[in-house]
Design a protein around this ligand. Sequence first.
Ligand code: IMP
Ligand code: MG
Length: 186
Amino acid sequence: MDHGGTILIDRQRIRTRVHEMGQALSDDLAASLAKEGQDALLHADRIVMVPIMTGAMIFTADLIREMPLKMSIRLVTVSSYPGQSTQSRGASLRSALPDDLAGHHVVLIDDILDTGRTLKLVRDLVMEQSPASVRSCVLLNKPERREEDIIAEHVGFDIPDEFVVGYGLDYDGFYRNLPEIVSLPE
Ligand code: IMP
Ligand code: MG
């Protein structure tokens, strides 16, 4: 596919890192359950993965298959408005958030943590339901772009402030199906 960009992270590096992330996230969740006296593999029926659509689609599909835990998956859709003026910026929920997260271990999954508005919006709403824990897991992180006071506990790659597509990330709805992370020219 002709995208005119440069490959920033190739397929093999993505595969290796997603495998590591699946293990680290599983260990992290298992540790939380163990603290409650639960056996992760047998009784982890309170783990809820919440992928933020559409960007997290491909990352989520690969990540969860690296996690040998019992889990449920609940999608949410968030639209972001990257406009020039402060007023037009923001993120809004486009689908209902699951309303039964109380006492559950919730993992928010997104393709990229940029300004932080998307994750902050969803995380704040999830917190209102008194979950047992909330974690955020993102494949990419642009630390220089942060505007909200938020971190992701699990990060695949820190990247510079460049616009990237592929592996779920889009430009105007396209290029999500590229198998690598590609940096587009300005
Ligand atoms: P935030 O709310 O500013 O943190 O942005 C998160 C959302 O913006 C992500 O879920 C992406 O959909 C989108 N986004 C941010 N940076 C990029 C990029 O470089 N390429 C494609 N989408 C991006
Ligand atoms: Mg997007």
